[in-house]
Design a binder for this molecule. Sequence first.
Ligand SMILES: [Zn+2]
Ligand SMILES: [Zn+2]
Length: 223
Amino acid sequence: MDSSSALRSRMGIAQDRFFARMAMVPVSSPCPFAGGSMDPITSPIGVTVKNPLALSHGWSLELTCPTCQKRAKPRVTGWVPSHELHFGNTPTIYSTLHCGHCGTDLKAAAGDQLVELFSPVAIPAENRLLLFLFVAALAGLPIGFCLFLALGIWLEWWSSAAFQWLALFPVLAGPLIIWFNRRVATLRQKCPCSQPDFEFMGMLGRSYCHRCRNCGDLLRLRD
Ligand SMILES: [Zn+2]
Ligand SMILES: [Zn+2]
């Protein structure tokens, strides 16, 4: 995991805690990647605070069992976090999937189907634009600010001590990461069927693979 991924991951957990604090209940198992906890958080007074970054883990497609050769929807009993590194088109399945007939673990079969389904799916243009703006802001703002400081020192507006202000940038990166992750998450609230209900099936490389339970639309997102 590179340092920006690690930072984003930490921010994801920080956001979980923030939403949990709003609802006055503790977060039991924060997700290790920027997807947040799985469930909406309900406060003692019954108000549900929906974490906009929460992923809805699941698998509602049929799989062929390599042991008994039966083809059916797998038995889904939850999901487990993974700290694996994701590159290229390597699939990572988080849901725990077993054959309903013989109990065989179907993670490998699911991984193969994830590659087959999502390899031809492109990252939406809106997501690519957000990614570009995020990287440009993360790299461009400190560079622009350095040039501004250097200009000020050259024109004797301020001393070289002004470079201390650069220490502010790691602090400013936090809100930028939160803004970016939330904007990417809003792409899951739109679907051609107008009733988006996206199920998170796993990751292909560093992209998140979602499928609408209502219409089967496939959505591949990068954050
Ligand atoms: Zn089986
Ligand atoms: Zn849909």
